[in-house]
Design a protein around this ligand. Structure first.
Ligand code: GLC
Length: 799
C-alpha cells in the first residue's frame, strides 16, 4: 500500500505467528516468531492501547499528547486462549488477537457486534535512509462507515474517500482541500451501524490517514518513523469517544477568563499607539462590544520578540493601562524566531545558555522569518521552556499585557522549500534526543506550552490567555487557537465553519477563524455573514492582513455596522450560556460545538451534513453562506426547535427553508431549554450583573438545563467558589414546573431571575414559588415575563 519509498528494495514486512503471551496486570504482551512484539494496554474498559515493536525492544514510552491526568482503571479484564485467538474481554470491549498473524478484531462486549477489524493489520517497511521503520496499519472499513475529526483539515465533515497528511505547515491563503495545513491531530472518529469508535495514532512523525481513498473498503494510517502506537477508543456514542479522547490528551487546564469569550479585534498591524486608541475609541463610541485588542509584529523593535518599538509605542505600560481602563485587554504576538543580534538580550541569553536548535553536524539552525535571519529556541527542552516562560515577566507583570499570541510556530521559515526546518535539526524532546522528523509536529505545541507556563505564572492570580497557530494533539490543555491565514471569500466562511466543528470534534474547542478573512478583503455582506457565524465560535476575533483595506465593524456602511453590532451584542448576552459550555468542556471534555452527526449519530441524515451545528447543548445554528440570500434551506435534527427570532416551532427530521435577511440568521433553540443571558455590556465586567435573564422554552415533557458561573477569572472556582444551577423543566398541558438545584459556594451578584416564557400553550392564572402563591402582578403579562428570587427551588406556572 501507499507511498512506498523503499518498495523496490524491500516491501512490507509482517508479524509472524505468536509464540509467547504474557500478562502483567493490564499490560498484555504477544511475541511473534519473527521478533515482533504487540503490547496491549487496557487503560479503561473502552480504551485499549496497541503498541508494536519489530525488534522486541520498545522505545522509551514518552508522549507530549497524553496527559498524566487521564483517567485509568477498568471494571473487568479477562484473557482467554482459544485455538486460533487470544480473547481479551473488558466490560465494554472484546478484543481478539489472531495467533497466526497478530491481526486484531474488536467487538462490542454487550451485543458482540463487530466494531473494527484489521485488514493487513500492522506491517512495516524498513527505512534505509533514516533507520527505524515506516510503520503501517490497515483496517477493513465496515459497510456504511464514515469518518470525522483529524483537526483543522479544510474539507467537508465526513472524511470518507479522502487521504490526509499530518505535518504542520505554514499555509498562507490555503484553500479548500489544502493538505496539510497548520495542525497535526492524528485522531479520527468512525461511525457505522449506529456505533462509534475513535483511533488516536500517537506518533509525531509525518503521518498519513487514508479513508477508503486508495482502496474502497480499506482505512489505513502510517508514519515515517517511530512506533505503531495507537489508542482504540470505543463509544458507542460519538460524544463519548470525543470526551474520552479529550480525557486522554487533556482538557484545558483551567476555565478561560470570561473576557476571553468576548469579541476580539485584530489586524496586521495596528500601530502606532494613536491608531490603536483610534480603533478602541471607535468601538466605545459606536457601542460595539469588544474586550481585546491585538498588537501584531509591528509593535516590536525590528520584530525582536519581547521588545517594543520606541517610535510607535513610547510608553507601553501607560498605553496598556489606559486601554485597560477602557475595558480593553492588550494581546501581543510572540513568534519563535529570535533575531541574530549580539546586542539583543534575548538572543544573547539563548546563545550563552545553548538554548537554540542546532543542525545535525553542529551549526545552529538558521532561518529567515520576519526579523531576518533567526535562531530558534528548542522548546522541546524543559530548561528552554522554563527560560522562555520567564521572558514574559515584564510583558505581563510590569506592562500589564493580558494575553499572548504565538504565531509562525510550525515552525515557519521563509524562502526555503519545506517552509520549515530541515529534517536533520536536533531536538531534546524532553530527554529523548531526536531529529526534526519527530519533533516537527510538536514544536509549536511546546512553544505554546512554554508561553502558557509564563502567562500562568505572571498573570496569577488571574487566568492566562494564549493563542497558537500550530498544534498537535493535547495542545488544547494550554491554549486557544485560530485557523490561520484564510481568505475573504464565501467558501472560506464555509471552511471556517467546518474547521471549527472539526477542531471541536478533535478535542480542541477553543478555536475560531480570522473573521472576514485574513487575505484580501470581504465586502460588507460577507463580513456581516461571517460575524454571524463567528459569534458562535468559541474564539471570536476579526483579523486581517490589512493590505487590502480596513476590516473593523464600521469599515463598510451603517447597515453592516448595525448588523455586526447586533450579533456581537447577542454574543455578549449569551456569555453565561457559552461559559457553561466551556465549563462542560473543561470538566468533562464535552465539545462546545457539535456537528450534527455528533449531536445525533443515529439519524443517518446527519452523516454528511456540513453547515448546521449545535452551539453548546441547546442552540442550533446554520450560517448563511452565500451572497444575496434572503434565507436558506437547512436540516433540522429530530426534536422540536423554536426559531430564536419568531418563536415559531419547527419539527426536526426534515430539511426546510428559513428566512434570514442580512440582519438575521437561522438560530433555533431546542424545546424545553432554559437559556441564560446577561445584559449587553461593552466589555466583560462593565456592568455588575443585577439580574439573570432566563429564556424559558416550553415543552410538553421534561428537559434539563444548566447554568455555570464563577468569578469569571481567578482560581477560586477550583476551591468550590462556583455557582451551578441545574434546572429541571416539566411542561404539562396546563402547567409549567421549573425546579432549581443549586451547588457551589459562589454568590452571584444578581438577586433575581427574569424569566421570559416562550411558547406557553395556556394563559397564566396562578403562579407559585416554593409553594407560596405570588401576586400575578409579578407577571409582565404583555410579554409573559416573570421576575422571581434567584433562590427559588420550585416554580409552578398554572393555567
Ligand atoms: C502570519 C499570521 C497572521 C499574522 C502575520 C503577521 O501570517 O498567520 O495572523 O498577522 O503572520 O504577524
Amino acid at each position: 500500500m501507499i507511498l512506498n519509498t523503499e518498495l523496490e528494495y524491500k516491501g512490507n514486512l509482517f508479524p509472524s505467528k505468536i509464540i509467547n503471551y504474557e500478562k502483567n496486570i493490564n499490560v498484555l504482551s504477544f511475541t511473534a516468531d519473527n521478533g515482533v512484539v504487540l503490547q496491549i494496554t487496557v487503560r479503561r474498559d473502552s480504551i485499549l492501547r496497541f503498541r508494536y515493536t519489530t525488534t522486541g525492544i520498545f522505545e522509551n514510552d514518552f508522549s507530549y499528547a497524553i496527559t498524566k491526568y487521564a483517567s485509568r482503571g477498568y471494571n473487568h479484564l479477562e484473557v482467554e486462549e482459544e485455538t486460533d485467538v487470544y480473547v481479551i474481554t473488558t466490560s465494554k470491549l472484546i478484543c481478539k488477537v489472531s495467533k497466526a498473524d497478530m491481526r486484531i478484531s474488536l467487538y462490542d462486549a454487550l451485543d458482540n457486534t463487530l466494531i473494527c477489524e484489521d485488514e493487513l493489520g500492522f506491517h512495516w517497511e524498513e527505512s534505509y535512509q533514516f533507520g527505524g521503520n515506516v510503520v503501517k496499519m490497515s483496517k477493513t472499513a465496515q459497510p456504511g462507515e464514515s469518518y470525522y475529526g483529524l483537526g483543522d483539515k479544510p474539507v467537508d465533515n465526513n472524511l470518507k474517500g479522502k487521504r490526509f497528511e499530518n505535518w504542520v505547515t505554514d499555509s498562507y491563503a490555503y484553500g479548500r482541500d489544502t493538505d496539510p495545513i497548520y495542525k497535526a491531530i492524528p485522531f479520527y472518529t468512525a461511525l457505522h451501524n449506529k456505533k462509534s469508535y475513535g483511533i488516536f495514532f500517537d506518533n509525531s512523525f509525518r503521518s498519513y490517514f487514508d479513508f477508503c481513498h486508495e482502496r474502497r473498503n480499506i482505512t489505513s494510517f502510517w508514519a515515517h518513523g517511530g512506533e505503531m502506537n495507537y489508542y482504540f477508543i470505543y463509544g458507542p456514542q460519538m460524544s463519548e469517544v470525543v470526551a474520552n479522547y479529550t480525557d486522554l490528551t487533556g482538557k484545558p487546564h483551567e476555565m478561560p477568563a470570561l473576557w476571553a469569550l468576548g469579541y476580539h479585534q485584530c489586524k496586521w498591524s495596528y500601530y502606532p499607539e494613536s491608531k490603536v486608541k483610534e480603533i478602541t475609541s471607535k468601538f466605545r463610541e459606536l457601542k460595539i462590544p469588544c474586550d481585546a485588542i491585538y498588537l501584531d509584529i509591528d509593535y516590536m523593535e525590528g520584530f525582536r520578540c519581547f521588545t517594543w518599538s520606541k517610535e510607535y509605542f513610547p510608553d507601553p505600560k501607560r498605553m496598556v493601562k489606559e486601554l485597560a481602563d477602557d475595558g480593553f485587554k492588550t494581546i501581543v504576538i510572540i513568534d519563535p524566531g529570535i533575531k541574530i543580534d549580539m546586542d539583543y538580550s534575548v538572543f544573547k541569553e539563548g546563545l550563552d545558555n545553548d538554548y537554540f536548535c542546532k543542525r545535525a553536524d553542529g551549526p545552529y539552525m538558521k532561518g529567515k522569518v520576519w526579523p531576518g535571519e533567526c535562531y530558534f529556541p528548542d522548546f522541546t527542552n524543559p530548561e528552554v521552556r522554563e527560560w522562555w516562560s520567564n521572558l514574559f515577566q515584564e510583558l505581563i507583570e510590569d506592562i500589564g499585557v493580558k494575553g499572548v499570541w504565538n504565531d509562525m510556530n510550525e515552525p515557519a521559515v521563509m524562502d526555503v522549500p519545506g517552509k520549515s526546518f530541515p529534517d536533520d535539526v536536533r531536538h531534546d524532546y524532553d530527554g529523548n534526543r531526536c531529529s526534526h522528523r519527530k519533533a516537527h509536529n510538536i514544536y509549536g505545541m511546546q512553544m505554546a506550552r512554554a508561553t502558557y507556563q509564563g502567562l500562568k505564572k505572571f498573570s496569577y492570580p488571574k487566568r492566562p490567555f494564549v493563542i497558537t497557530r500550530a498544534a498537535y494533539s493535547g495542545t488544547q490543555r494550554y491554549t486557544s487557537s485560530w485557523t490561520g491565514d484564510n481568505i475573504a471569500t464565501w467558501d472560506h466562511l464555509n471552511i471556517a465553519n467546518l474547521q471549527a466543528q472539526r477542531m471541536a470534534m478533535s478535542g480542541f474547542s477553543f478555536v475560531g477563524s480570522d473573521i472576514g478573512g485574513f487575505a484580501e478583503q470581504p465586502n460588507g455582506e460577507l463580513y456581516a455573514r461571517w460575524i454571524q457565524l463567528g459569534i458562535f465560535h468559541p474564539f471570536c476575533r476579526t483579523h486581517s492582513s490589512g493590505d487590502h483595506g480596513d476590516q473593523e465593524p464600521w469599515a463598510f456602511d451603517d447597515t453592516i455596522t448595525n448588523v455586526v453590532r447586533k450579533f456581537i451584542e447577542l454574543r455578549y448576552q449569551l456569555l453565561p450560556y457559552l461559559y457553561t459550555a466551556f465549563w462542560r468542556n473543561v470538566s468533562d471534555g464535552i465539545p462546545i460545538l457539535k456537528s450534527l452527526v455528533l449531536h445525533d449519530q443515529e439519524d443517518t441524515q446527519t452523516h454528511y451534513r456540513n453547515d448546521e451545528f449545535v452551539f453548546g447543548e441547546k442552540i442550533l445554528v446554520c450560517p448563511v453562506n452565500g451572497p444575496n440570500q434572503k434565507g436558506r434551506r437547512m436540516y433540522f435534527p429530530f426534536g422540536r426547535w423554536y426559531n430564536l427570532w419568531t418563536d415559531e416551532i419547527v419539527t426536526g427530521g426534515q430539511e426546510m427553508w428559513v428566512d434570514a435577511d442580512l440582519d438575521s440568521m437561522p438560530i433555533f433553540v431546542s424545546e424545553g431549554a432554559i437559556i441564560p443571558k446577561y445584559p449587553i455590556q461593552q466589555y466583560v465586567g462593565e456592568k455588575t450583573i443585577e439580574e439573570l435573564t432566563l429564556e424559558v422554552y416550553y415543552k410538553l415533557g421534561k428537559e434539563t438545563s444548566q447554568v455555570y458561573e464563577d468569578a469569571g477569572d481567578g482560581y477560586d472556582y477550583i476551591k468550590g467558589r462556583y455557582s451551578l444551577r441545574d434546572f429541571k423543566l416539566t411542561g404539562k398541558e396546563d402547567e409549567l414546573i421549573i425546579q432549581q438545584f443549586k451547588t457551589g459556594k459562589y454568590i452571584t451578584t444578581y438577586k433575581t431571575f427574569k424569566l421570559n416564557l416562550h411558547g406557553l400553550p395556556f394563559k397564566i392564572k396562578k403562579i407559585e414559588v416554593d409553594n407560596v402563591l405570588i401576586p400575578i402582578e409579578n407577571l409582565i403579562s404583555s410579554s409573559n415575563a416573570l421576575v422571581i428570587d434567584k433562590e427559588f427551588t420550585e416554580l409552578h406556572i398554572m393555567a
